[in-house]
Design a protein around this ligand. Structure first.
Ligand code: GSH
Length: 277
């Protein structure tokens, strides 16, 4: 039987619950939501509270996609369940590959047009929680790009941690998870202010300079390839959507304006794929 060009039964998409759906902000689920909407897929979101992710993921019989620094399993979202093919996919990059393979012609078309994606970021110190290790032969440029973009934004994630819009029903439990992972004493230890904050923001701005250059290659913008969005744009925007709700409003405006306004234009340009269903 030929592969359907568009699925018929709604998929289930697992994302992390925040204080309201419009404040959902986990970057990897965001990459997948943008990809689902880009592909015009019929799906509905299942909201999972952060302390419940391990139970839900194990309940779906899915392995952890990450490890903590000590080698123990780190259970994460997103997960996508596609009843049309009996598939369960538990990593945002794998979800994008899956959507492209199974539904190549849906929605806005190709998520992975061939291109060189020259961006490297090596953090000065190891990240608190290592990123997923991947070896992709397919879409290798995009896979490496994903890892480097994850690295730069994760390196500066501390700027937004204190303002996380946690689901009030689980806020204390979520804060305790973060405290334990970071090995700090109290939630207030996450507050970064004053000169330290300004220095960290400036370092972040500089670190994003090389990334912004990719978006200047085709001046017709707002995407890397000009007017046509691809998965590389969605990867960056997944992180911007976290900053949008975790940075103070004036700082989010600053980020949107960095490097000639490249990130603001990218974010606004992808608004058409950002519906929370
Ligand atoms: N490589 C995985 C990483 C997924 C991941 O790190 N997800 C984070 C949200 S962006 C998560 O579920 N965190 C749960 C937690 O912090 O407890 C992917 O791309 O899907």
């Amino acid at each position: 039987m030929a592969t359907p060009s568009k699925p018929s039964e709604a998929m289930s998409f697992y994302d992390i619950a925040m204080n309201q759906p419009s404040n959902c902000c986990a970057p990897n689920p965001w990459k997948s939501r943008l990809a689902l909407n880009f592909k015009n897929i019929d799906y509905s979101t299942i909201w999972v509270s952060m302390p419940d992710i391990t139970r839900v993921r194990r309940g779906l019989d899915m392995d952890a996609s990450r490890k903590f620094g000590d080698g123990t399993d780190f259970y994460t979202l997103p997960v996508l369940v596609d009843p049309n093919t009996n598939s369960k996919i538990g990593d945002s990059f794998d979800i994008a590959i899956y959507l492209q393979a199974k539904y190549p012609n849906s929605g806005a078309g190709d998520l992975f047009p061939p291109q060189k994606l020259d961006y490297v970021f090596n953090p000065e110190n190891p990240l608190l929680v290592p990123l997923s290790e991947r070896k992709d032969s397919e879409y290798e440029e995009y896979s490496k790009f994903n890892t480097n973009v994850d690295a730069v934004f994760t390196n500066y994630i501390g700027l937004g941690t204190y303002n996380f819009p946690f689901d009030p029903a689980h806020a204390e439990a979520c804060k305790n998870i973060f405290i334990q992972r970071a090995g700090v004493k109290s939630w207030d230890d996450f507050e970064i202010k004053g000169e330290v904050r300004e220095k960290m923001k400036e370092s972040f701005r500089v670190a994003l300079g090389d990334l912004s250059k990719l978006f200047l290659k085709d001046p017709s913008g707002p995407f890397i390839l000009g007017e046509q969005a691809c998965y590389a744009d969605l990867i960056v925007d997944g992180w911007l959507r976290m900053l949008r709700v975790t940075l103070p409003a004036n700082e989010w405006e600053e980020v949107k304006g960095w490097h000639g306004g490249i990130f603001g234009r990218l974010h606004d340009g992808l608004e058409k794929y950002a519906e929370v269903k």
